[in-house]
Design a protein around this ligand. Structure first.
Ligand code: BGC
Length: 294
């Protein structure tokens, strides 16, 4: 059993959206890997499946356990009072993956979700040569990052005469619902020529729906996250483009940032990690680069 003196000096809690998800596995791995480098213990947790209420409970437990710092994905406004509670009790909070800029958090690390939505929009415009009738599958209408990814996308394509968004539905962050919603959408609006998915599992659901309807070849598809399954779908030409985020880096750097805060070093308000596009044409290059970083 470790004695008190053998325990790391700093004890942090990282609370993500869902444990049973490759994206969050990478965030957790990044954060846990800092333990080999720094005097920290990172307790990484979250609901098994997306469940904001349970996520808030875990946040409350971390506050009650008096950890030295909390990193949390701030899904929506319900997280504000809990972030305030932590800060009022002297526990600094960093938001990760999804920001709550109006909360008293010390900093945000993650994708610029609005800019990533714009990037998706610009990519769709280029790839379809400015001609598309678009359906959107978004993780959730309530969650800040998905809303920003839709807004950024809308703001770009709005200026394009040949592009129209004709439908938008929620997937509740599950591939099954993404598939159901995409299936119904494509049936009800047969003029749709392109689908945009804002959450990691949306593309898998969209591709499955397109396959059942034998529409894969007619549809342009773009969605978030370079999960292994999504990369395979790009290789099979079922998905046309992916927006890559940097979950491992978010996790790793969030711990470094928290250490800086606790040591009284100045930190920026916002640290944006990179978002970029993966097409079939650059997938080998992408994989080679990704294998250099865990
Ligand atoms: C988002 C995460 C989300 C994950 C799973 C990612 O695109 O950035 O917030 O938990 O998808 O849906």
């Amino acid at each position: 059993m470790p004695t008190e003196s053998s325990l790391p000096t700093y004890h942090f809690a990282l609370i993500g959206e869902e444990m049973d998800h490759d994206y969050w596995r990478l965030v957790g791995e990044g954060a846990k890997d800092t333990e080999a480098q720094y005097d920290v213990l990172v307790e990484y947790g979250g609901p098994r499946r997306s469940n904001p209420e349970e996520q808030l409970k875990l946040l409350d437990i971390a506050i009650k356990s008096k950890v030295d710092g909390i990193m949390v994905q701030a899904l929506n406004d319900d997280f504000l009072p809990m972030i305030e509670k932590a800060v009022n009790q002297g526990i600094p909070v960093i938001t990760i993956d999804t920001d709550a800029p109006e909360s008293p958090r010390s900093a945000y690390i993650g994708t610029d979700n609005y800019a990533a939505g714009q990037l998706a929009g610009r990519t769709l415009v280029e790839d379809t040569e400015g001609e598309a009738t678009v359906g959107i599958i978004t993780g959730s209408f309530d969650n800040a990052h998905h809303r920003l990814r839709v807004e950024g996308f809308q703001d770009v394509v709005e200026g394009e005469e040949g592009i129209e968004i004709v439908a938008i539905e929620e997937s509740n962050i599950t591939r099954v619902v993404a598939e159901e919603k995409a299936y119904t959408m494509l049936n009800e609006k047969p003029d749709i020529t392109a689908l945009y998915g804002t959450s990691a599992l949306d593309g898998i659901g969209m591709a499955a729906a397109a396959e059942s309807l034998e529409m894969v070849e007619d549809l342009y598809m773009i969605n978030f996250d370079t999960l292994e399954e999504n990369l395979q779908l790009v290789e099979q030409e079922k998905i046309d483009a992916l927006i890559d985020q940097k979950p491992y880096e978010m996790g790793y750097r969030s711990v470094e940032l928290m250490l800086d805060i606790l040591k009284g070093q100045p930190v920026q308000d916002v640290y944006h990690t990179e978002a970029s596009i993966v097409h079939k044409e650059n997938i080998d290059q992408y994989k080679a680069q990704a294998s250099e970083v865990p």
